[in-house]
Design a protein around this ligand. Structure first.
Ligand SMILES: [Ca+2]
Ligand SMILES: [Ca+2]
Ligand SMILES: [Ca+2]
Ligand SMILES: [Ca+2]
Length: 237
């Protein structure tokens, strides 16, 4: 019996001489005078590939992520030489509000994506917006190009793997609102934090709080004003 996944011509051989049952009386011969060769060839049969899955990390911002052939961690450990990836069989996606397209067309599940498309940079994940972050996942099985000829041949991973596209949050600037106050002469006005119309709702999750510096122009000169904390309020210098 050949070793697991081993193959090749003349994988094993032995010689033999056949013998009849009539004996060797009177100078007779009962055995072939020539040693014959018995050769065993073992034909290669495709074994299923595997994949490690993986995580691609990008920063929050405008633009899209082009999925790369190496993102799937293709392995074909039981074939020598290894086969190459042929298709990606996508069974499920969780896109965090974004889209997954192949050559501009949204993926419809279940989908079979040719690896030549991935190599040609056609499989693209686009986040929901320039301020979106978090994880998108693609569940897939990988198929190799070894074919299905022969008993027991398999060309597709038996296990569903996951590619995660992780978008790292980046601080999005807040916006303020222009404000005008009208004062009578000799009246003092205390500026309130609410006067600036601070809004950081584009940051998701957890909008930041008002804490930064603000450049202000007043009385003919520039000041830097910084929010210290709720006890100390605004500090001007
Ligand atoms: Ca294979
Ligand atoms: Ca094999
Ligand atoms: Ca942000
Ligand atoms: Ca922010």
């Amino acid at each position: 019996m050949p070793a697991a996944n081993a193959n090749g011509n003349n994988y094993g051989n032995f010689t033999f001489q056949v013998q009849d049952g009539a004996g060797v009386a009177n100078g007779g011969k009962d055995t072939d005078t020539t040693a014959r060769l018995f050769t065993i060839n073992v034909t290669s049969v495709n074994d299923a590939p595997q994949s490690t899955g993986g995580t691609a990390t990008i920063l929050e911002g405008p633009g899209a992520y082009t999925i790369k052939p190496g993102d799937f961690g293709f392995l074909d450990p039981n074939d020598t030489p290894s086969n190459a990836p042929l298709t990606l069989q996508i069974s499920a996606v969780s896109l965090n509000g974004g889209t997954l397209t192949n050559n501009g067309t949204p993926i419809v599940l279940p989908a079979s994506v040719a690896f030549t498309d991935i190599t040609a940079n056609k499989l693209i994940y686009t986040p929901a917006s320039a301020t979106a972050n978090g994880n998108a996942t693609i569940s897939f099985k990988i198929q190799d190009n070894g074919g299905l000829v022969g008993t027991g041949a398999a060309d597709t991973d038996v296990t569903t793997r996951t590619l995660t596209i992780s978008i790292t949050p980046v601080n999005t600037p807040p916006v303020g609102v222009t404000k005008t106050i009208d004062l009578a002469e000799d009246v003092t006005y205390t500026v309130q934090s609410t006067d600036f119309g601070f809004n950081d709702s584009l940051d998701n999750p957890s909008p930041n709080t008002l804490a930064g510096r603000h450049l202000c122009h007043g009385a003919g000169q520039w000041h830097v004003v910084q929010w210290v904390d709720a006890n100390h309020g605004w500090h001007t210098y």
